[in-house]
Design a protein around this ligand. Structure first.
Ligand code: NCD
Length: 301
């Protein structure tokens, strides 16, 4: 694996390697740390003698809490170090330097570059010129492959990936998490029903009830207003749909609800208290998945 750019770049064997390494990492991190083994300490979970002494550079030109912080935490927990260049203002991009020249430069300093940009071409352009592995942490409204990895990992902890009924309830047209999730889960034998938040409905449940009743997995996103044109933002009625207790009551007992975050009003407060809402587990798994990816990308296995 040279770079992580898109969620359809992985073979089944590569996905299995990622799941297995993530499981080992999660098991180690969740182990009893009250009596730390000096040879297997929190900051170096590997065998003694091969500490992870890598330097991660994060270049985020769009806001991020989960992806940026989980990557930083992942690298630090492995024993590596992180340098963050957040926003474009602090770098010479603000002086008009090209994206490619910026990446060529930064790739001389860091062992891995994690990038997020509103431009859907930036991740691929970066990979074409970088001398160090690139992790695409969000490319415009196009892709977010590490989110798909943690989403599938979270499902796989609870259910086999084949044979699932999946309902996607969100901004289908603009959410990069949905696009990457669909590509990756589409490698398995699943049945997907999609309901766009942008579709005007009197009651969103009218045409969705049966799908929710049969769902094993529900995937929700917020409205991606930053990608909406003026006409969509001003269109009345599209902001009223949310996942309520009424919708929750339709779900099977063992269904799970995924959301990549941030939640911005599309999920009722009560839903977030339900055990089927596995948001916290997703967030934690994001760190474990990214620990595994950092190790695999740098050959630290
Ligand atoms: C998502 C993103 O940035 O695409 N957030 C994340 O990385 N977990 C989803 C979103 O912003 O809606």
């Amino acid at each position: 694996m040279q770079h992580i750019l898109t969620s359809d770049q992985f073979s089944y064997a590569q996905l299995d390697d990622i799941w297995k390494l993530t499981e080992r990492i999660a098991a180690f991190c969740n182990g009893d740390r009250s009596q730390p083994d000096p040879e297997l300490s929190f900051y170096s979970w590997d065998e003694p003698g091969i500490p992870f002494k890598k330097l991660l550079g994060t270049i985020f030109c769009q806001p991020s809490t989960r992806t940026r912080c989980s990557l930083q935490a992942a690298c630090l927990r492995l024993g590596g170090s992180v340098v963050s260049i957040d926003g474009t203002e602090a770098s010479s991009l603000a002086k008009g330097e090209s994206w490619e020249d910026t990446i060529v430069t930064l790739s001389q300093y860091y062992d891995v570059l994690a990038i997020r940009s509103g431009d859907k071409h930036h991740a691929k352009q970066a990979a074409a010129v970088s001398d160090t592995p690139i992790i695409n942490c969000g490319s415009g409204s196009d892709e977010h492959p590490t989110q798909a990895l943690l989403d599938l990992y979270t499902i796989r902890e609870r259910k086999p990936l084949d044979g699932l009924n999946i309902v996607i309830f969100g901004d289908i047209e603009h959410a990069r998490t949905i696009k990457s999730f669909k590509k990756m889960i589409g490698m398995y034998d699943v049945n997907i029903s999609e309901f766009s938040l942008l579709k005007k409905r009197d009651d969103p449940l009218d045409d969705m009830t049966q799908s929710f009743k049969e769902a094993d997995v529900v995937y929700i996103t917020r409205m991606q207003r930053e990608y909406h044109g003026k006409e969509i933002v001003e269109f009345p009625g599209i902001t009223t749909h949310s996942f309520t207790e009424k919708t929750l009551s339709l779900l099977k007992e063992d269904a799970i609800i995924l959301h990549p975050g941030p939640v911005v009003g599309e999920v009722a407060a009560k839903v977030k208290q339900d055990p089927r809402w596995v948001y916290k587990q997703q967030v934690k798994n994001g760190m474990y998945i990214r620990m595994a990816l950092l190790k695999l990308l740098t050959g630290h296995i």
